[in-house]
Write a protein that binds this ligand. Structure first.
Ligand code: NAD
Length: 301
């Protein structure tokens, strides 16, 4: 993708800021963000910043003028927050997506949507394919089912070209905040010499995908001719949370130990992406292994 005018909603966030930085190399980038969890300093200097709420159609419509591709990442990302405030999470995650789809329809723009592995809930078999029924376990997951489904319906009904990317557990530099995910939480505690906190028994598994790979999947989705569908963005490998704790403790040389706390509501048990369709249709394959990604993160601290 080059020489385009692109919009990144949530472009000040963890994944959005990495994506914006990559796009800014050879495109005109706009970032729409309300900075609720995003960081103004993470937005590339050359990007045009529009501060506003993605669930406000007037704001989105203005931000979309002249845009040919929108990467829609703005969302309430925390499962916990969606459990305690499902209405707010719905407003941002579902109404926000509808606002983006409507504006894209007017502007004849392509939409690359940040969907999530949370749409699957506890899948009946692993690795989970995109054809697996969507049975989310949290309001956040339900929001993403609606967003993912609306996106495909917009292509079918109005010809808006869309690609929905179901990210698995993204991690990498710049992830922060109280809901930043288990990799960052473990690194922070290991660095402080504190025991790593595991919710539940630690045998739950996740497909950890490096943010640089998530960015590459977004770039592939921006140009693929295979639109109107969803893809998994994962490595195809999984690690249990206990294994992750070992990798982090190992890499840090820390021996502060592990503390178990109660399992969190809405948490899924096992997760691992089937990657075949993304490989054959998008030409996307994750490159960074978990060990490599963790070693790199520790090297930066
Ligand atoms: P993040 O919280 O760092 O980024 C979200 C961004 O959206 C933030 O900059 C925030 O300020 C902005 N935002 C929130 N509400 C907004 C609103 N009403 N209007 C405008 N901007 C708003 O989270 P992230 O991890 O970078 O996630 C990006 C996207 O990827 C989200 O859609 C998330 O659901 C999806 N996703 C992330 C993961 C992961 O592992 N991090 C996994 C699956 C899907």
């Amino acid at each position: 993708l080059r020489g385009r005018t692109v919009l990144v909603t949530g472009g000040a966030g963890f994944i959005g800021s990495h994506l914006s930085a990559r796009l800014a190399v050879d495109n005109d980038v706009r970032v729409l963000d309300d900075f609720s969890t995003g960081d103004r300093d993470a937005v590339p200097e050359t990007a045009t910043v529009i501060e506003g709420d993605v669930s406000d159609p007037a704001v989105v419509e203005r931000a979309m003028t002249g845009v040919d591709t929108v990467f829609h990442l703005a969302a309430v990302v925390s499962v916990e927050e969606s459990v305690s405030e499902p209405t707010r999470s719905h407003r941002v995650n579902v109404d926000g997506t509808l606002a983006v789809l409507e504006a894209a329809r007017d502007a004849a723009a392509r939409v690359v949507l940040a969907s999530s592995a949370a749409v699957y809930g506890n899948p009946s078999s692993l690795p989970v394919t995109v054809d697996e029924p969507m049975t989310p376990r949290s309001p956040y997951g339900a929001d993403k089912v609606a967003a993912d489904t609306y996106a495909r319906a917009y292509e079918a009904s109005y010809g808006v070209p869309i690609v929905a990317l179901r990210y698995f557990n993204a991690y990498g530099p710049g992830q922060r905040g109280p809901y930043s995910g288990v990799v960052e939480a473990f690194l922070e505690r290991a660095e402080a010499g504190q025991p790593l906190v595991i919710h539940g028994d630690g045998e739950q598994t996740r497909d950890f995908v490096h943010v640089s790979d998530v960015v590459r999947a977004n770039l592939a989705a921006a140009t693929t001719e295979h639109t109107g569908t969803s893809y998994n963005v994962g490595t195809g490998e999984s690690a249990s949370v206990s294994e992750l704790a070992d990798i982090v403790a190992d890499a840090f040389g820390s021996d502060a130990g592990i503390r178990h706390e109660p399992a969190r509501p809405g948490d899924v048990r096992h997760s691992r992406a089937a990657t075949e369709r993304a490989r054959t249709e998008l030409g996307f394959e994750a490159r960074v292994s978990l060990r490599q990604g963790i070693t790199d993160l520790i090297g930066r601290r």
